[in-house]
Design a protein around this ligand. Sequence first.
Ligand SMILES: Cc1cc2nc3c(=O)[nH]c(=O)nc-3n(C[C@H](O)[C@H](O)[C@H](O)COP(=O)(O)OP(=O)(O)OC[C@H]3O[C@@H](n4cnc5c(N)ncnc54)[C@H](O)[C@@H]3O)c2cc1C
Ligand code: HEM
Ligand SMILES: Cc1cc2nc3c(=O)[nH]c(=O)nc-3n(C[C@H](O)[C@H](O)[C@H](O)COP(=O)(O)O)c2cc1C
Length: 1070
Amino acid sequence: MATLAPIPHPPGWPWLGNIFDLDPEDSLKAIDAFAKQYGGIYTLTFFGNTLTIINSHAIAQELLDERRFHKSVVNNALETIRCLTGDALFTAYHGEENWGIAHRILVPAFGPASILGMFDDMYDILSQLVLKWERFGPKHAIDPADDFTRLAFDTIAYCAMSHRLNSFYTEGVPPFVAAMGSFLRESDGRASRPWFLTWLMRARNAKYEEDQRKMNELARQIVEERRANPGTRKDLLTAMLEGRDPQTGKTLTDENIMQQMITFLIAGHETTSGFLSFMMFYILSNPDVYAKLRAEVDAVVGQERMRPEHLSRLPYMTAVMRETMRLKSTIPMFIVTPFEDEVIGGKYLVKKGENLFVGVMNIHRDKEVYGEDAEEFKPERMMDGKFEALPPKAWIPFGNGQRACIGRAFAWQEAQLALTTLFQKFDFRLADPEYKLQINQTLTIKPKNLRIYATPRKDTTFNLGLAPTPSAVRPSKGTVPVETVVVDSKLKPMHVFFGSNTGSCEMFAQRLANDAPAYGFRATLGTLDSTKSEIPSDGPVVIITASFEGEPPDNAGQFVKYIEGVPGANAPFSDVRYAVFGCGNRDWVHTYQRIPKLVDATLASKGAQRLLERGEADAGGEGFFESFDDWESKLWPVLVETFGAVASKDPTAGLDVNMSAPTKRASTLRQEDAQLGTVLENKLLTKPGAIGSAKRHLEFKLPEGMSYRSGDYLAILPTNPVSSVRRVLARFNLTPEQEITISSSTPTTLPVGQPVNISDLFSGYVELAQPATRKNIEALIRRAPETGKTHDALLQLLVDYVPAVLEKRLSVLHLVETYQDIDITLSVFLTMLPAMRVRQYSISSSPLWDPTRVTLTIGVLREAALGDSQELFQGVASSYLASLAPGDRVQMAVRPSAAAFHLPADPAIPVVMFASGSGIAPMRGFMQERAAQKATGREVGKTILFYGCRSPEYDFLYGDAELASWVAQGVVEVRPAFSRATERSEGCRYVQDRVLHDREDVIEAFCRNAKFYTCGSIRVAVGVKAACMSIIEDLLKSEAHSNEHDPNVKTADDFWAKLVNERYAADIFG
Ligand SMILES: Cc1cc2nc3c(=O)[nH]c(=O)nc-3n(C[C@H](O)[C@H](O)[C@H](O)COP(=O)(O)OP(=O)(O)OC[C@H]3O[C@@H](n4cnc5c(N)ncnc54)[C@H](O)[C@@H]3O)c2cc1C
Ligand code: HEM
Ligand SMILES: Cc1cc2nc3c(=O)[nH]c(=O)nc-3n(C[C@H](O)[C@H](O)[C@H](O)COP(=O)(O)O)c2cc1C
């Protein structure tokens, strides 16, 4: 029996205890100081309550043993916030039923595949932050904690419940955010205040109630809206509304769902924003770290827009993140309590139910673990195997065991994406180079008074908007039917079992089962627990499983218990032939792959025959999906040989039809987010005979799960016009049926290693009409006869390159057609052609009209070629779109437009739009949105459209139909300018003339805080700007303006710059 000792205790006042020792804004400072004085464990008292704090890694080891201790929510700050979040995940008492149900439903939704699927949505919100900082300019001292809070808030709201909080577009603090902030501050106060003091604070209590009401109201509204319009978005809210607990079959109540949503907002915003802010501080305070980090970002991601594949290729950044988390864990403590009275540290008695504070930040600075330099920021200690070599539970910023953070992967991806993109875009420096870190503390911690400057980098051309956004991995859609059987009497039996909580093992298992028929097997598929203690022996058994805190996934526990429990003496599994693949994460250093290893070793030790060495994939490392592909490619030959299966020549063997081909082109062309949409309508908007390009209206059914905002773009992956492909075939003397196989020693966007039809290749993979480059022409010269007309002509083109080739847009195809004596092979020709590009089109509809459908308004480019008037030039994408018929399938992806090019969140704000031709596209979406809002009784501000076209009869797009009806409904006022019928537009020829004509309306809208948008050709943008400048100059001279004079606005240029910064957005094409 140990000799007990009292826990060290700094002296305090009677009853009040140590209350005066702590600074309420930064209690950690005193807690740290006491830790230095009193060591690994001590107690503080407040108003008679005792608080025990553990600071050493050695004692914490005991507290983190889930057999002896569990999370405590009784008599502490977490219990205070239960009035809002009830038994949702964060604040549920230990063992409360709803925790288990929600945990089992939600863990898959927070799994690696789901989180990767949120990549683009995270990017969407992040671009709003980047644009804001860009607009601030280099002289504005940014409060990173404030903007990272907006980022984290909007990201979790959008990714979890598809709700846009629009914090970046709201003046001041958005009401929901304000309510949550004041609720948390008061909760914190209540936790450390005697109840009667709280009782006396009537005004505060009323505010506390009001804050809760506001938050509940928003949550209720979101749930009700989703129930009314389920849509196709698969987010966490859908998982909660549709999910059923696999263990009890129960679902979550609406009240619980609301509490979970508020929980995610609370748990997911302060933590991540504090994390990012501390990271900024450490990086900017350590120039060498800054330099290394930026070098890594530039080398790995460069000028590209970040893609999911990059996440695992930034080891130094990962180390910076881990080291920041070590020194400044944004949840600096969590609370546990023993199941029974316990003795810890060999001599300290702690009572059942007593709150014990695990002092994460002090444990993270324990010199026994981290050495004498534990206080210093050194990312290097977190990389090259050193992180993995740390003792168990020495790095615990995300909590412990089953109550550890469910949002860890979410926060990690969000932070990594933000950090990478911000360092791609900006140079940063501390506003005050002498700044010393101070802490702001509520439930979490953040830096206080940290300010930074962000200057757009001059050494890169990184651009947020237009780069492609392929996401390497899409989340697995739905769950597989357990015990699926693919029947074919000629196929051999095979059994695939998975243990999976968050879906990745299940996804891999599904893939194996799908692939099985092609290798001569019919596969059953089920969870490990579905084996019901009988492991099949009539064919190979393939097991794919994960581990969670070293334990089996929820659907594998009985299986693991069974194989461990069976006595091994008689080799009970001698009939079983098996292979194991494990998914794990090296962050769980000591239990990495524990369950796959255990299953593999146990089966072998009890007689089963291993068919293939265990494979493994690290969800936190590089090549998670590739690791499985490698292993699968080794597995099939072994299975085919061992079981004498006959790999099928017929790819549709079994019932599994692989329909992957149509999207393959998109992924080969690295447009991985493109999916297939369906054409619903394609109609001509202009009258035949109209001057200029024909304009068309197309309507598409969006691919499942794709969503948009009005003002966004639709990227289209087109095919070349048939006539262009025919020209290639003719030049190279090929028939359309010809198949070729391409091999390449370097990465390429051509389809390699498989036969491909030549027409498909030239139709879909390369651009045929791009101007030849100088290098192309040099290469053609080398292949032309050494002397003679062709040689001279090509040389002349090189000399006059810009006017003769570039401006006339002479393509390589045109040149090899014109100069038939150029001796060029098909492969050389192919290498000269750029990869097929996607084209973006402004979406001309609003999701309020239909979230699953989009429309485009396009101009079809079809005219005599600039370089040869006998040749017809056909724009690739516009001709392709023009040729589509209802039912056709099209590769498409929604791409977010610049943050500023969206309607203001408040529909009451007036809007003024300037457009011409197909530039009406986004404006139509805006008007449709406002019409829908008005129809539901919302107040819609004055909306004016200035629109330029040639005449009311021929090309006044949507003039007779929607525009007239929206005008009649009072949604919009249309001010046309008909260049060929000025008598019908108040004598105005162009948009800018109409703007000047209606200047009073423009000024009035401006004074009412309107937002302004321009879309169309550069000519329109220039004209509109000139007209606005003229109005501004008059305005500056007028008394009306001098009354409200902004001292920073002295000239019309200043005025325009301010307008562009705050209220004007333009989308220019053509
Ligand atoms: C953000 C954004 C939004 C857009 N929104 C819309 C929209 O809503 N509606 C819309 O119609 N378009 C829109 N566009 C333009 C659209 O993306 C395409 O650029 C347009 O449809 C032409 O593409 P294409 O493939 O048909 O032509 P391409 O095959 O790409 O050919 C265009 C190129 O050919 C050149 N060219 C033009 N005429 C000739 C000629 N006679 N001889 C030789 N070369 C010539 C042009 O200089 C240009 O470089 C938008 C563009 C952007 C960037
Ligand atoms: C850097 C960011 C984050 C940090 C440091 C962090 C840290 C933690 C810690 C320490 C706990 C355990 C608390 C305890 O034991 O009382 C926890 C739990 C939790 N976190 Fe996080 N968190 C972060 C981000 C997120 C995000 C983004 C979400 C939501 C999307 C989230 C949701 C939760 C939830 C729901 C729990 C309770 C889990 C349970 O008890 O079942 N967290 N987090
Ligand atoms: C809470 C939690 C605990 C985890 N514990 C471990 C672990 O102990 N060992 C390990 O190798 N991986 C661990 N992982 C990583 C998972 O095993 C890994 O993400 C795996 O891909 C999940 O597979 P699944 O999606 O099929 O459930 C853990 C992940 C989470 C979220």
